[in-house]
Design a protein around this ligand. Sequence first.
Ligand code: UD1
Length: 343
Amino acid sequence: MNAKNKVLISGGAGYIGSHTAVELSEAGYDVVIIDNLTNSEINAIEGVRKITGKDIPFEKVDTCDINELRKVFEKYDFDTVIHFAAYKAVGESMAQPLKYYNNNLISFLNIMELMKEFDRPNILFSSSATVYGEAESLPVTEQSPRQPATSPYGNTKQMCEDILRDSCRAYPGIYGIALRYFNPIGAHPSSLIGELPRGVPNNLVPFITQTAAGIRECLSVFGNDYDTPDGTCLRDYIDIVDLAKAHVAAVRRMTSGDMQEKYEIFNIGTGKPVSVLELLTTFQEVNDIKVPHKMVDRRPGDVPAVWANTDYANHVLGWKAERTLAETLKSSWDWEKKIRKIQ
Ligand code: UD1
């Protein structure tokens, strides 16, 4: 197989990385995974191998160590890198900004340096809807202005987008795509991989599934006095397998020479706003389980509403979210039950 069909995935043992590894592999790409396992488990690699039936190569490598990373570039012949390896907790980034700037920026700079050194052309960066902040008009398009970041985490996403844009502009051999994810949720239908946050979850769906499993007593709904239909925040919850498939479409675009610009940005969401209460109700209905919950104050830093205009991804990538919210929330609960050994 030629280098065009080979993809290096940094952070491939993580939530989005592992699902992407599966979809790429199933689409016929040869995948190599690297991860330092600081915020992920080796079991995810086993899950990916089990689902695909392929002995996907894995190297325990810290992308912040350029010498370790160089060995991966020497050993494997790939044209495309998908860079997931990063810290992602908003609150922690406020308390420990240097940890975030160091890790998220150095790892990406190292990847970019080596792409240049080894003449590897395609880099896909995992960005976030957080770059839109509190948008002036909804839904947001890729042209909607980025707002000043409200956390070091969000700032690293913006800075990495800029590093990518400038590198694509300056180096003739480098092409980049940034995918701005909205709120990824759900798990692989096999329940062999899924989201596994360490400690108390910050995100809504893992908190719901852990409450349903009896690990947490009660879900706090952060604010029911927003200017939204039911008073709770609106988000665009994108199924993890659909999200993984967007990466396959983006890799295909890069490797087939279809890119119109050297750097392209795509929103990856469903295009549909869903409220916290609507999501909670759907979860309870589809899984036939009660989730204790209470209304509490707003969480500082939360925006009232954000959802994607996905026209550009739909038309240009030929990709569209397919799984329903109900299917996705069923997969979240199936995964939680599997890891907690609940019948
Ligand atoms: C956050 C980050 C985003 C990051 C994403 C994935 C911001 C503003 N947001 O998105 O950058 O990419 O996580 O890690 O930086 N909620 C509750 N109770 C809970 C938890 C959440 O009511 O226990 C509500 C929140 O108020 C929000 C919604 O659920 O309205 C979604 O929250 P969450 O899953 O944390 O994602 P975001 O804050 O949208």
